[in-house]
Design a protein around this ligand. Structure first.
Ligand code: CDP
Length: 253
C-alpha cells in the first residue's frame, strides 16, 4: 500500500523502472480464468485478474421479454455489470448507478460485435457480470470473462472478445493499471479487441494522453490481448477435458 497524497507527491515508477507492485511497464497482473463454475446458468466463468474477482453468468438465447424489446432480425444482448457492496474499500450502495449503466452498455455493445446475433431472432442473451472484488480494470476483466461464459453457453461467435487496459503513470505509458495507478496516474485506456479480426470493439479514455501515447497504449494492449486470448482458450479446454474424463470414468464404471 502507498500513502495517500496529491497526484504530484506520489511516485508510481521507481528508479529501476519498476511499478509499485514490482511490475515492468509492459507486464500484466496475474490472470486466472475458470469456466463453468455455476450449475444453474447456461454458461459461466470466473476470473481473477490481479486484485479483481469477477463472476459471470450467461442465460439464453431465450425469448426476449417484454415482447416489445424483441428484434425480429437478431438477438439482443443484455449485459448487466454490477459491483457487490463489499467489492470496494468503502461500501458501495447496492443497485445500478450511472457508472454501472455505462459499463453495462459498452460491454454489451462490445460482445454484440462478436456474437452471431442474426442466428437467434427475437431472443435475448443475458450476461450478468458480478464484481466481487475490485482493483481497477473491472470492466475489461468482466468482459474477458463474459466472452468465455458465452462460449460455455454454446453461443456461436466470430472469436472470443478480449479486454485489456493500458494507461499513463508518471508520464510513461504502461500496461494494465492497478487501483493506485488508476487513482494517481494520468490516464486509463480500457480497450477490447477481437483477436481474429483485430477489430477494436471498446475504447474509452479517462484522463489525458497525446496521440503518440495513445497509439503506444493501444499497441501494448493489443499485444497483451493475444496472450489473454490464449488464457481464455486454455480455460475452455480445461473445462471440456475435465468433463470428457468424467464421462469416460462413468463409462468404465
Ligand atoms: O474498474 P474499472 O477500471 O473498469 O472502472 P473505473 O470506473 O475506472 O474504476 C476503477 C476502480 O475504482 C474500480 O475497479 C474500483 O477498484 C474503484 N471504484 C471504487 O472503489 N468505488 C466505486 N464506486 C467505483 C470504483
Amino acid at each position: 500500500m502507498i500513502e495517500l497524497g496529491t497526484q504530484s507527491d506520489i511516485k508510481l515508477i521507481n528508479e529501476d523502472g519498476l511499478r509499485i507492485d514490482g511490475r515492468k511497464f509492459n507486464e500484466l497482473r496475474p490472470i486466472r480464468i475458470e469456466v463453468g463454475v455455476l450449475n444453474r446458468a447456461d454458461g459461466s466463468a470466473y476470473i481473477e485478474w490481479g486484485g479483481n474477482k469477477v463472476l459471470v453468468a450467461v442465460y439464453g438465447p431465450r425469448e426476449a421479454f417484454p415482447k416489445h424489446t424483441q428484434n425480429p432480425s437478431r438477438a439482443i444482448i443484455n449485459a448487466r455489470y454490477n459491483m457487490a457492496a463489499f467489492s470496494v474499500d468503502e461500501r458501495k450502495r447496492p443497485g445500478p448507478d450511472r457508472r454501472a449503466v455505462e459499463i453495462s452498455k459498452v460491454i454489451g455493445e462490445a460482445l454484440e460485435c462478436a456474437v452471431f446475433t442474426e442466428q437467434f431472432p427475437r431472443t435475448s442473451i443475458d450476461v450478468y457480470i458480478e464484481v466481487l472484488q475490485a482493483d481497477a480494470g473491472t470492466r475489461i476483466a468482466g468482459l474477458t470473462a463474459a466472452s468465455v461464459a458465452l462460449v460455455d453457453a454454446g453461443i456461436p461467435m466470430k472469436d472470443l472478445v478480449v479486454g485489456c487496459a493500458s494507461g499513463k503513470i508518471d508520464g510513461k505509458v504502461v500496461l494494465d493499471l492497478n487501483k493506485e495507478e488508476d487513482n494517481f496516474g494520468q490516464a486509463d485506456l480500457p480497450m477490447a479487441i477481437i483477436p481474429r479480426t483485430q477489430e477494436i470493439v471498446l475504447l474509452q479514455m479517462d484522463g489525458n494522453m497525446t496521440r503518440d501515447e495513445l497509439e503506444e497504449a493501444v499497441e501494448l494492449s493489443k499485444k497483451a490481448a493475444m496472450y489473454i486470448s490464449d488464457l481464455q482458450k486454455e480455460a475452455l479446454l480445461a473445462k471440456y477435458k475435465a468433463s470428457e474424463s468424467e464421462k469416460e470414468g462413468e463409462r468404465s464404471e
